[in-house]
Design a protein around this ligand. Structure first.
Ligand SMILES: [Zn+2]
Length: 439
Protein backbone atom coordinates (compact mmCIF):
# COMPACT_ATOMS: atom_id res chain seq x y z
CA UNK A 1 0.00 0.00 0.00
CA UNK A 2 1.24 3.44 -0.91
CA UNK A 3 1.38 6.24 1.65
CA UNK A 4 -1.48 7.86 -0.19
CA UNK A 5 -3.67 4.77 0.29
CA UNK A 6 -2.79 4.59 3.98
CA UNK A 7 -3.75 8.24 4.35
CA UNK A 8 -6.99 7.64 2.48
CA UNK A 9 -7.90 4.73 4.75
CA UNK A 10 -7.05 6.65 7.91
CA UNK A 11 -8.91 9.75 6.78
CA UNK A 12 -12.06 7.78 6.07
CA UNK A 13 -11.81 5.77 9.32
CA UNK A 14 -11.27 8.83 11.46
CA UNK A 15 -13.47 11.19 9.52
CA UNK A 16 -10.73 13.80 9.11
CA UNK A 17 -9.14 15.60 6.19
CA UNK A 18 -6.97 13.31 4.05
CA UNK A 19 -4.29 15.90 3.28
CA UNK A 20 -3.80 16.59 6.99
CA UNK A 21 -3.42 12.91 7.79
CA UNK A 22 -1.12 12.40 4.86
CA UNK A 23 1.28 15.14 5.92
CA UNK A 24 1.35 13.78 9.50
CA UNK A 25 1.95 10.29 8.19
CA UNK A 26 4.72 11.49 5.94
CA UNK A 27 6.46 13.19 8.84
CA UNK A 28 6.39 10.06 10.95
CA UNK A 29 7.62 7.84 8.16
CA UNK A 30 10.46 10.24 7.50
CA UNK A 31 11.47 9.77 11.14
CA UNK A 32 11.65 6.03 10.39
CA UNK A 33 8.51 5.16 12.30
CA UNK A 34 7.17 1.90 10.89
CA UNK A 35 3.98 2.52 8.93
CA UNK A 36 1.72 0.46 11.22
CA UNK A 37 2.98 2.26 14.30
CA UNK A 38 2.61 5.61 12.56
CA UNK A 39 -0.99 4.80 11.67
CA UNK A 40 -1.68 3.72 15.26
CA UNK A 41 -0.31 6.93 16.64
CA UNK A 42 -2.41 8.98 14.22
CA UNK A 43 -5.51 7.03 15.18
CA UNK A 44 -4.82 8.00 18.78
CA UNK A 45 -4.12 11.59 17.82
CA UNK A 46 -7.35 11.91 15.88
CA UNK A 47 -9.29 10.18 18.56
CA UNK A 48 -9.72 6.48 17.96
CA UNK A 49 -8.67 4.76 21.17
CA UNK A 50 -8.46 1.31 19.62
CA UNK A 51 -4.87 0.44 18.79
CA UNK A 52 -5.71 -1.78 15.85
CA UNK A 53 -7.92 -0.99 12.88
CA UNK A 54 -11.57 -0.43 13.70
CA UNK A 55 -13.79 2.37 12.59
CA UNK A 56 -14.11 5.84 14.00
CA UNK A 57 -16.42 6.21 16.98
CA UNK A 58 -19.83 7.18 15.77
CA UNK A 59 -21.61 10.37 16.71
CA UNK A 60 -24.39 9.70 19.17
CA UNK A 61 -27.25 11.56 20.78
CA UNK A 62 -27.02 11.42 24.56
CA UNK A 63 -30.26 9.49 24.84
CA UNK A 64 -28.95 6.79 22.46
CA UNK A 65 -25.77 6.05 24.39
CA UNK A 66 -25.67 2.66 26.06
CA UNK A 67 -22.95 0.98 28.13
CA UNK A 68 -22.31 -1.34 25.15
CA UNK A 69 -21.24 1.53 22.93
CA UNK A 70 -17.50 1.37 23.50
CA UNK A 71 -16.40 4.71 22.12
CA UNK A 72 -18.61 7.53 20.94
CA UNK A 73 -18.43 11.10 19.74
CA UNK A 74 -20.93 13.32 21.44
CA UNK A 75 -21.79 17.02 21.36
CA UNK A 76 -23.59 19.00 24.04
CA UNK A 77 -23.34 21.61 26.75
CA UNK A 78 -21.54 21.11 30.02
CA UNK A 79 -24.06 21.60 32.83
CA UNK A 80 -21.73 20.94 35.72
CA UNK A 81 -17.99 20.45 36.14
CA UNK A 82 -16.60 19.65 39.57
CA UNK A 83 -13.02 18.89 40.49
CA UNK A 84 -12.33 16.15 42.97
CA UNK A 85 -9.21 14.38 44.12
CA UNK A 86 -9.30 10.60 44.11
CA UNK A 87 -6.76 7.95 44.88
CA UNK A 88 -6.39 5.73 41.85
CA UNK A 89 -3.88 2.88 41.66
CA UNK A 90 -1.96 4.35 44.60
CA UNK A 91 -1.71 7.91 43.28
CA UNK A 92 -3.77 11.03 43.83
CA UNK A 93 -5.55 12.20 40.69
CA UNK A 94 -7.59 15.29 40.18
CA UNK A 95 -10.58 14.43 38.08
CA UNK A 96 -13.48 16.51 36.84
CA UNK A 97 -16.98 15.11 37.07
CA UNK A 98 -20.28 16.47 35.96
CA UNK A 99 -23.11 16.26 33.49
CA UNK A 100 -23.38 16.92 29.77
CA UNK A 101 -26.67 17.59 28.00
CA UNK A 102 -27.96 17.72 24.44
CA UNK A 103 -31.48 18.01 23.03
CA UNK A 104 -32.18 14.38 23.88
CA UNK A 105 -30.99 14.09 27.47
CA UNK A 106 -28.33 14.35 30.17
CA UNK A 107 -25.38 12.05 30.84
CA UNK A 108 -22.73 11.90 33.58
CA UNK A 109 -19.11 12.23 32.62
CA UNK A 110 -15.72 11.85 34.26
CA UNK A 111 -12.74 13.70 32.75
CA UNK A 112 -9.39 12.15 33.61
CA UNK A 113 -7.46 14.97 31.95
CA UNK A 114 -7.87 18.65 32.68
CA UNK A 115 -9.80 19.89 29.65
CA UNK A 116 -10.72 23.09 31.51
CA UNK A 117 -14.43 22.31 31.27
CA UNK A 118 -16.77 24.96 32.66
CA UNK A 119 -20.55 24.94 33.06
CA UNK A 120 -22.11 26.42 29.92
CA UNK A 121 -19.35 25.27 27.54
CA UNK A 122 -20.62 23.79 24.29
CA UNK A 123 -18.31 20.92 23.40
CA UNK A 124 -17.77 17.98 21.12
CA UNK A 125 -16.01 15.10 22.77
CA UNK A 126 -14.50 12.86 20.11
CA UNK A 127 -13.79 9.29 21.09
CA UNK A 128 -15.17 9.35 24.60
CA UNK A 129 -15.36 5.88 26.09
CA UNK A 130 -18.59 4.69 27.65
CA UNK A 131 -18.64 2.65 30.79
CA UNK A 132 -21.43 1.47 32.98
CA UNK A 133 -21.76 3.11 36.36
CA UNK A 134 -24.57 2.15 38.69
CA UNK A 135 -26.50 0.66 35.79
CA UNK A 136 -26.26 3.83 33.68
CA UNK A 137 -23.90 4.76 30.85
CA UNK A 138 -21.23 7.29 31.78
CA UNK A 139 -18.78 9.09 29.50
CA UNK A 140 -15.08 8.89 30.22
CA UNK A 141 -12.98 11.64 28.71
CA UNK A 142 -9.35 10.68 28.74
CA UNK A 143 -6.06 10.79 26.94
CA UNK A 144 -7.50 9.52 23.68
CA UNK A 145 -10.47 11.88 23.74
CA UNK A 146 -10.30 14.91 21.47
CA UNK A 147 -12.22 17.80 22.90
CA UNK A 148 -13.28 20.86 20.98
CA UNK A 149 -15.24 23.93 21.96
CA UNK A 150 -18.27 24.58 19.77
CA UNK A 151 -20.30 27.71 19.25
CA UNK A 152 -22.61 28.51 22.13
CA UNK A 153 -25.89 26.70 22.40
CA UNK A 154 -28.25 29.37 23.79
CA UNK A 155 -31.38 27.25 23.35
CA UNK A 156 -29.88 24.26 25.10
CA UNK A 157 -28.62 26.47 27.89
CA UNK A 158 -32.05 27.91 28.35
CA UNK A 159 -33.66 24.49 28.36
CA UNK A 160 -31.32 23.31 31.10
CA UNK A 161 -31.03 26.61 32.98
CA UNK A 162 -32.20 25.05 36.23
CA UNK A 163 -29.47 22.40 36.12
CA UNK A 164 -26.63 24.65 35.05
CA UNK A 165 -23.94 24.84 37.73
CA UNK A 166 -25.62 22.10 39.75
CA UNK A 167 -27.91 24.34 41.81
CA UNK A 168 -29.88 22.08 44.10
CA UNK A 169 -31.81 21.95 47.33
CA UNK A 170 -30.78 19.47 50.00
CA UNK A 171 -33.80 17.26 49.41
CA UNK A 172 -32.81 16.97 45.70
CA UNK A 173 -29.42 15.52 46.56
CA UNK A 174 -28.69 11.85 46.16
CA UNK A 175 -25.68 9.68 46.77
CA UNK A 176 -23.42 9.91 43.71
CA UNK A 177 -24.33 13.50 42.79
CA UNK A 178 -21.31 15.56 41.70
CA UNK A 179 -20.56 19.24 41.27
CA UNK A 180 -23.58 20.44 43.18
CA UNK A 181 -24.22 23.97 44.42
CA UNK A 182 -26.28 24.59 47.56
CA UNK A 183 -27.13 27.54 49.78
CA UNK A 184 -27.51 26.34 53.31
CA UNK A 185 -27.52 27.24 56.98
CA UNK A 186 -24.88 25.52 59.09
CA UNK A 187 -26.98 23.97 61.84
CA UNK A 188 -24.25 21.99 63.57
CA UNK A 189 -20.51 22.08 63.07
CA UNK A 190 -17.68 20.43 64.97
CA UNK A 191 -13.96 20.13 64.39
CA UNK A 192 -12.58 16.62 64.57
CA UNK A 193 -9.20 15.00 64.12
CA UNK A 194 -9.30 11.86 62.04
CA UNK A 195 -6.80 9.32 60.86
CA UNK A 196 -6.85 10.17 57.16
CA UNK A 197 -5.04 8.39 54.37
CA UNK A 198 -2.15 10.83 54.82
CA UNK A 199 -2.00 10.70 58.62
CA UNK A 200 -3.92 12.81 61.11
CA UNK A 201 -5.99 15.62 59.66
CA UNK A 202 -8.53 18.06 60.95
CA UNK A 203 -11.95 18.04 59.37
CA UNK A 204 -15.28 19.68 60.04
CA UNK A 205 -18.49 17.73 60.24
CA UNK A 206 -22.02 18.69 61.04
CA UNK A 207 -25.44 19.30 59.57
CA UNK A 208 -26.64 21.66 56.83
CA UNK A 209 -30.22 22.81 56.52
CA UNK A 210 -32.25 24.64 53.88
CA UNK A 211 -35.91 25.18 53.08
CA UNK A 212 -36.22 21.61 51.85
CA UNK A 213 -34.60 19.69 54.69
CA UNK A 214 -31.33 18.76 56.38
CA UNK A 215 -28.27 16.71 55.48
CA UNK A 216 -25.02 15.88 57.29
CA UNK A 217 -21.77 17.19 55.81
CA UNK A 218 -18.02 16.69 56.00
CA UNK A 219 -15.55 19.42 55.10
CA UNK A 220 -12.21 17.82 54.35
CA UNK A 221 -10.20 21.03 54.41
CA UNK A 222 -11.79 23.26 57.07
CA UNK A 223 -13.23 26.38 55.45
CA UNK A 224 -13.34 29.38 57.84
CA UNK A 225 -16.82 30.31 56.55
CA UNK A 226 -18.24 27.07 57.89
CA UNK A 227 -19.32 27.71 61.45
CA UNK A 228 -22.47 27.08 63.39
CA UNK A 229 -25.13 29.68 62.62
CA UNK A 230 -23.59 30.82 59.33
CA UNK A 231 -25.35 30.83 55.96
CA UNK A 232 -23.10 29.76 53.11
CA UNK A 233 -23.10 29.10 49.40
CA UNK A 234 -21.11 26.02 48.44
CA UNK A 235 -20.16 25.35 44.84
CA UNK A 236 -18.77 22.08 43.63
CA UNK A 237 -19.67 19.78 46.48
CA UNK A 238 -20.36 16.08 45.97
CA UNK A 239 -22.60 13.60 47.70
CA UNK A 240 -21.39 10.35 49.14
CA UNK A 241 -23.03 7.80 51.38
CA UNK A 242 -21.88 7.69 54.97
CA UNK A 243 -23.40 5.34 57.55
CA UNK A 244 -26.24 4.58 55.21
CA UNK A 245 -27.38 8.14 54.46
CA UNK A 246 -26.30 10.70 51.81
CA UNK A 247 -23.71 13.20 53.03
CA UNK A 248 -22.57 16.48 51.44
CA UNK A 249 -18.80 16.47 50.91
CA UNK A 250 -17.09 19.85 50.81
CA UNK A 251 -13.61 19.34 49.42
CA UNK A 252 -10.51 21.44 48.83
CA UNK A 253 -11.94 22.19 45.37
CA UNK A 254 -15.29 23.41 46.66
CA UNK A 255 -15.89 27.15 46.82
CA UNK A 256 -17.42 28.26 50.11
CA UNK A 257 -18.67 31.83 50.55
CA UNK A 258 -20.74 33.57 53.20
CA UNK A 259 -24.24 34.53 52.11
CA UNK A 260 -26.14 37.46 53.54
CA UNK A 261 -29.62 36.03 53.73
CA UNK A 262 -31.58 34.00 56.21
CA UNK A 263 -32.28 30.42 55.21
CA UNK A 264 -35.57 29.25 56.62
CA UNK A 265 -34.72 25.70 57.58
CA UNK A 266 -37.72 23.58 56.78
CA UNK A 267 -39.80 22.59 59.73
CA UNK A 268 -41.71 20.56 57.15
CA UNK A 269 -40.00 17.24 57.42
CA UNK A 270 -40.72 14.79 54.63
CA UNK A 271 -43.37 12.32 55.76
CA UNK A 272 -43.31 9.01 53.92
CA UNK A 273 -44.74 5.56 54.18
CA UNK A 274 -42.18 3.13 55.61
CA UNK A 275 -42.08 1.36 52.26
CA UNK A 276 -41.22 4.61 50.44
CA UNK A 277 -38.61 5.53 53.04
CA UNK A 278 -36.89 2.13 52.84
CA UNK A 279 -37.03 2.34 49.04
CA UNK A 280 -34.84 5.47 49.08
CA UNK A 281 -32.00 3.26 50.31
CA UNK A 282 -31.18 5.72 53.10
CA UNK A 283 -32.56 9.12 53.98
CA UNK A 284 -31.58 11.75 56.52
CA UNK A 285 -34.43 13.38 58.35
CA UNK A 286 -37.66 11.61 57.53
CA UNK A 287 -40.89 11.07 59.39
CA UNK A 288 -42.97 7.90 59.46
CA UNK A 289 -46.07 6.91 61.38
CA UNK A 290 -46.79 3.34 62.41
CA UNK A 291 -47.59 0.87 65.14
CA UNK A 292 -44.98 -0.61 67.42
CA UNK A 293 -45.49 -4.33 66.94
CA UNK A 294 -42.56 -5.58 69.05
CA UNK A 295 -39.63 -4.52 71.21
CA UNK A 296 -36.55 -6.45 70.19
CA UNK A 297 -33.95 -8.18 72.37
CA UNK A 298 -31.15 -5.88 73.40
CA UNK A 299 -33.60 -3.20 74.55
CA UNK A 300 -34.09 -1.62 77.97
CA UNK A 301 -31.14 -1.72 80.34
CA UNK A 302 -28.00 -2.66 78.42
CA UNK A 303 -24.23 -2.56 78.87
CA UNK A 304 -21.72 -1.06 76.46
CA UNK A 305 -17.99 -1.67 76.01
CA UNK A 306 -16.02 1.25 77.49
CA UNK A 307 -13.57 1.04 74.54
CA UNK A 308 -15.76 0.82 71.46
CA UNK A 309 -19.16 1.63 72.96
CA UNK A 310 -20.78 -1.36 71.29
CA UNK A 311 -23.41 -3.29 73.20
CA UNK A 312 -21.90 -6.22 75.09
CA UNK A 313 -23.36 -9.49 76.39
CA UNK A 314 -22.44 -10.83 79.83
CA UNK A 315 -19.45 -8.49 80.14
CA UNK A 316 -17.87 -9.75 76.90
CA UNK A 317 -17.06 -7.39 74.02
CA UNK A 318 -16.54 -9.15 70.69
CA UNK A 319 -13.45 -7.05 70.07
CA UNK A 320 -12.15 -6.20 73.53
CA UNK A 321 -12.95 -9.38 75.45
CA UNK A 322 -13.87 -9.19 79.10
CA UNK A 323 -14.63 -5.57 80.01
CA UNK A 324 -16.30 -3.55 82.73
CA UNK A 325 -19.45 -2.51 80.90
CA UNK A 326 -21.12 0.90 81.07
CA UNK A 327 -24.86 0.85 81.83
CA UNK A 328 -27.08 2.49 79.25
CA UNK A 329 -30.67 2.61 78.07
CA UNK A 330 -31.90 1.99 74.56
CA UNK A 331 -34.92 0.63 72.68
CA UNK A 332 -35.05 -1.26 69.40
CA UNK A 333 -38.70 -1.27 68.43
CA UNK A 334 -40.27 -2.68 65.28
CA UNK A 335 -42.58 -0.12 63.71
CA UNK A 336 -45.05 -1.23 61.06
CA UNK A 337 -47.38 0.99 59.04
CA UNK A 338 -48.94 -1.65 56.82
CA UNK A 339 -46.61 -0.90 53.89
CA UNK A 340 -43.42 -2.18 55.55
CA UNK A 341 -41.56 -2.36 58.85
CA UNK A 342 -38.44 -0.67 60.22
CA UNK A 343 -36.41 -1.04 63.43
CA UNK A 344 -36.64 2.23 65.33
CA UNK A 345 -33.71 2.88 67.66
CA UNK A 346 -34.27 5.13 70.65
CA UNK A 347 -31.25 6.61 72.43
CA UNK A 348 -30.98 6.92 76.23
CA UNK A 349 -32.99 10.14 76.41
CA UNK A 350 -35.90 8.94 74.29
CA UNK A 351 -35.81 5.62 76.15
CA UNK A 352 -36.11 7.47 79.48
CA UNK A 353 -39.19 9.10 78.01
CA UNK A 354 -40.99 5.89 77.08
CA UNK A 355 -39.78 4.09 80.23
CA UNK A 356 -40.86 7.09 82.27
CA UNK A 357 -37.78 6.82 84.46
CA UNK A 358 -34.05 7.48 84.56
CA UNK A 359 -31.11 5.12 84.23
CA UNK A 360 -30.97 5.07 88.06
CA UNK A 361 -34.61 4.01 88.19
CA UNK A 362 -33.90 1.25 85.69
CA UNK A 363 -30.91 -0.01 87.71
CA UNK A 364 -33.05 0.03 90.85
CA UNK A 365 -35.86 -1.89 89.16
CA UNK A 366 -33.39 -4.45 87.83
CA UNK A 367 -31.78 -4.88 91.28
CA UNK A 368 -35.13 -5.47 92.93
CA UNK A 369 -36.21 -7.99 90.34
CA UNK A 370 -32.67 -9.45 90.14
CA UNK A 371 -33.19 -9.41 86.36
CA UNK A 372 -32.45 -6.53 84.01
CA UNK A 373 -34.99 -7.81 81.47
CA UNK A 374 -37.75 -6.25 83.59
CA UNK A 375 -36.82 -2.85 82.18
CA UNK A 376 -37.42 -4.00 78.60
CA UNK A 377 -40.64 -5.68 79.72
CA UNK A 378 -41.89 -2.43 81.25
CA UNK A 379 -41.15 -0.58 78.02
CA UNK A 380 -42.79 -3.33 75.99
CA UNK A 381 -45.99 -3.01 78.04
CA UNK A 382 -46.02 0.73 77.46
CA UNK A 383 -45.42 0.99 73.71
CA UNK A 384 -46.36 -2.22 71.91
CA UNK A 385 -49.69 -1.88 70.11
CA UNK A 386 -49.60 1.92 70.07
CA UNK A 387 -49.14 4.24 67.13
CA UNK A 388 -46.10 6.54 67.00
CA UNK A 389 -44.85 9.37 64.82
CA UNK A 390 -41.09 8.95 64.45
CA UNK A 391 -38.64 11.42 62.96
CA UNK A 392 -35.02 10.50 62.35
CA UNK A 393 -32.36 9.14 60.02
CA UNK A 394 -33.10 6.00 58.09
CA UNK A 395 -30.38 3.69 56.85
CA UNK A 396 -30.66 0.38 55.06
CA UNK A 397 -28.13 -2.42 55.24
CA UNK A 398 -28.09 -6.14 54.58
CA UNK A 399 -29.83 -6.80 57.91
CA UNK A 400 -32.71 -4.47 57.20
CA UNK A 401 -33.77 -0.90 57.76
CA UNK A 402 -32.96 1.10 60.88
CA UNK A 403 -34.42 4.43 61.87
CA UNK A 404 -32.31 6.38 64.37
CA UNK A 405 -35.02 8.34 66.13
CA UNK A 406 -34.62 12.02 66.94
CA UNK A 407 -38.20 12.24 68.12
CA UNK A 408 -40.68 9.54 69.05
CA UNK A 409 -44.14 10.73 69.96
CA UNK A 410 -47.40 8.92 70.33
CA UNK A 411 -49.46 9.76 67.28
CA UNK A 412 -52.32 12.02 68.23
CA UNK A 413 -54.34 11.09 65.22
CA UNK A 414 -56.03 8.11 66.78
CA UNK A 415 -58.27 6.44 64.19
CA UNK A 416 -61.48 7.61 65.78
CA UNK A 417 -60.43 11.26 65.77
CA UNK A 418 -59.22 10.92 62.19
CA UNK A 419 -62.53 9.41 61.08
CA UNK A 420 -64.49 12.15 62.82
CA UNK A 421 -62.47 14.97 61.27
CA UNK A 422 -62.82 13.33 57.87
CA UNK A 423 -66.59 13.22 58.30
CA UNK A 424 -66.63 16.84 59.38
CA UNK A 425 -64.68 17.80 56.25
CA UNK A 426 -67.10 15.94 54.03
CA UNK A 427 -70.17 17.38 55.76
CA UNK A 428 -68.68 20.86 55.67
CA UNK A 429 -68.21 20.57 51.89
CA UNK A 430 -71.75 19.31 51.44
CA UNK A 431 -73.18 22.16 53.47
CA UNK A 432 -71.27 24.67 51.42
CA UNK A 433 -72.60 23.02 48.28
CA UNK A 434 -76.16 23.06 49.56
CA UNK A 435 -75.95 26.72 50.50
CA UNK A 436 -74.91 27.38 46.92
CA UNK A 437 -77.95 25.54 45.63
CA UNK A 438 -80.29 27.32 48.06
CA UNK A 439 -79.06 30.74 46.95
ZN1 LIG B 1 -15.26 -3.15 72.67
Amino acid sequence: MELDDHAEELASDLGVDKEEVKSDLQNLVEYSVPIDEAKGSLRRKYGDGSSGGGGAPSARDVAEITPDDGNVTVSGVVLTAGKRSIRYQGDDHVIVEGTLADETGVIDYTAWEDFGLEPGDAITAGNASVREWDGEPELNLGESTSLSLDDGEPELLEAYADQLGGEATLSDLQTGDRAVTVEVAVLECERRTIDGRDGETEILSGVFGDESGRLPFTNWEPAPELEEGATVRIENAYVQEFRGVPEVNVSEFSAVSAVDRAVDVGADVTTMSIHEAVDTGGIYDVEVVGNVIAVRDGSGLIQRCPECYRVIQKGQCRTHGSVDGIDDLRVKAILDDGTSAVTVILDDELTEGVYDGTLEDALEQAREAMDQEVVADTIRDRIVGREYRVRGHLSVDEYGANLDAESFTESDDDPEVRARSFLEDVEGDDLAGLEGVDA
